[in-house]
Write a protein that binds this ligand. Sequence first.
Ligand code: AVJ
Length: 333
Amino acid sequence: MLEVQRHSPRPRPNGLNKALPLVDLAPAASDLRRDALAGLCATPKTLPCKYFYDDHGSWLFDQICTLPEYYPTRTELVISRRYAAEIAAACGPQALLLELGSGSSTKTRIILDHLRAPAGYVPVDIARDFLRHAADELAAAYPGLPVVPVCADFTQPFTPPALAARRTIVYFPGSTIGNFTADDAAELLRTIAGLMGPEGGLLIGVDLRKDPNMLVRAYNDARGVTAAFNLNLLTRLNRELSADFDLAHFQHRATWDPTPGRIEMQLVSKRDQAVHIDDQSIEFRAGEPIRTEYSHKYTLDQFASMASTAGLAVRKVWTDHARLFSVQYLTRA
Ligand code: AVJ
């Protein structure tokens, strides 16, 4: 147990706070091979969206966040800045912030700037080098704050490092919860309730239902950055699994499915073709898709009722004027 009580910043002698050594619980390379083969041999074909986030994919995602069509990131930033004091008050003093899918930790800074005497920051991400860099940058900006990066797939059970704190606040921004089906999302919320402990809280970003045209544009940007992000998954399989996807023969597609209320991203085969991984030949018909991502959009009521099935209660909801996006604080019911 690392004993840390931070009531005032304690800069290091050289003035530069460093992230503590990265805790490496990264999935084995064999997981990618197993999951990719299982998904590509299934009907319909799928690939798990968590594999978007190699280092280049994490960088591409940051580019998406700056696109004019991609409203979620900037809207969540506006909400977080506007209500930072209320959000920090809900989280309480001496909290440990445990962030799932921390990426470049941009939104985190707004929260950390307002938290009273935060006990530490544990960013959890699947992209190791990207995480290490983001954790070092953040640690340098917050002298005296213990920063312990954990490279892990948070959809699998993992034990976060134990840091002394009044309570744990799980921070899950970006509406990453939307990438899970309703059943998987409820299960993940139960796991999060466990990570929080009885005294803790969940600070989560949840994207809301809106005009489908706005949604479809957000996932089909004019500059093709989302297309590049989607296709990078095939580049990754080529590099890490020695697959032979020809990127010119697959096309990005994103559609809105109103009944489950979600965007579905696909990579569509432009022609009849075969792709090889190991000794397996994977056949595609012209027009056949690989489903790569769901992004569910919830009403406030839908999200609250899903959370309640996981034993969590919504205590606070902050939104923007147009009600595009929400930031919510939950505790155990
Ligand atoms: C990971 C939830 C922030 O679903 O909107 C962005 C990923 N995919 N554009 C989302 C994503 C395509 C994204 N989040």
